[in-house]
Design a protein around this ligand. Sequence first.
Ligand SMILES: NC(=O)C1=CN([C@@H]2O[C@H](COP(=O)(O)OP(=O)(O)OC[C@H]3O[C@@H](n4cnc5c(N)ncnc54)[C@H](OP(=O)(O)O)[C@@H]3O)[C@@H](O)[C@H]2O)C=CC1
Ligand SMILES: Nc1nc(=O)c2c([nH]1)NC[C@@H]1CN(c3ccc(C(=O)N[C@@H](CCC(=O)O)C(=O)O)cc3)C=[N+]21
Length: 300
Amino acid sequence: MVAERIDGKAFAAGLRGQVAQEVARLKEEHGLTPGLAVVLVGEDPASQVYVRSKEKMTVEVGMNSYAHRLPADVSQGELISLVRTLNADRAVNGILVQFPLPKGLDQQQVIETISVVKDVDGFHPQNAGRLVAGMPGLVPCTPLGCMMLLKDRLGDLSGLNAVVIGRSTIVGKPMAQLLTNASATVTVAHSRTKDLPEVVRRADIVIAAVGRPEMVKGDWIKPGATVIDVGINRIDAPEKGEGKTRLVGDVDFAGASQVAGAITPVPGGVGPMTIACLLANTVTATCKANGLPVPAVLTA
Ligand SMILES: NC(=O)C1=CN([C@@H]2O[C@H](COP(=O)(O)OP(=O)(O)OC[C@H]3O[C@@H](n4cnc5c(N)ncnc54)[C@H](OP(=O)(O)O)[C@@H]3O)[C@@H](O)[C@H]2O)C=CC1
Ligand SMILES: Nc1nc(=O)c2c([nH]1)NC[C@@H]1CN(c3ccc(C(=O)N[C@@H](CCC(=O)O)C(=O)O)cc3)C=[N+]21
């Protein structure tokens, strides 16, 4: 069997189109233009690329983008005070502080300072709690994007066996929660899991969010399973020339493609969905802030 390639890049472009329609509607009917503030601390090259890409797409869908670049040696106090200023700014509906922060800065305090209703990353403990409690809130972008891809392919997920590899607060745990809320039977695996290949073999849905290049092998995959590869790993690619690198996921794509029913590639899979969902969450936050219903196409 050769797996269907799930085209996250194309799906994300479609979602951005729907976001653009909602933005146009908010403008026409309510005179509102959603605004997203992105804060980048320091000069990590990968983060700079992501942040530029976010800003460009924010403007493309018709929203306002507010960029704040701070030096790596900014104090915790100055960073927190910028977040408070953005919390109070009526033009700002969503706030994203790019992670990881340079050493010495407290990420958790930043997360807890961001206003719950502007927390478009969905990292605030109150949004995490809302997800667990089944209450409406802002859902982390990467798991939200994975969920949209899964529902598009599989429809109803109830009763399916799902394995989430990874238990981070930003990907693994919220992913497992969304799958549980959709009535899948969910196993969360991590670095202490015994016999991971055997656990993965039971899964109709595999979500790999580990950060280890091509760790999940083809012979771990149940024939016909749907595989969502969240991993973004830059590895050396001497075949492309000296000093060159390439991106790979947490799944051995070539091997898994022989067995799976469908699989997301890296790049072009989950990554573009994360950014599209960030824009969707900014529209969601704008609707909520103004007492308007949240369009169903922006949720999972
Ligand atoms: N596509 C996108 O938009 C995004 C991609 N990413 C990528 O997703 C990946 C995961 O990110 P993130 O969740 O932040 O990573 P973390 O490092 O926070 O979490 C990694 C998880 O993987 C588990 N793990 C580590 N080694 C193993 C192993 N050998 N077997 C089983 N489990 C293991 C860890 O277990 P334990 O808890 O026991 O330590 C941990 O729970 C990274 O590649 C990251 O770059 C992240 C965010 C967005
Ligand atoms: N506060 C915060 N929120 C985040 O959501 C957040 C963050 N910090 N820090 C870093 C991670 C990572 N992340 C990605 C987003 C898009 C791609 C993406 O678009 N990837 C492209 C490839 C990009 C390339 O070529 O380098 C793809 O997979 O096709 C990847 C990774 C968001 N993150």
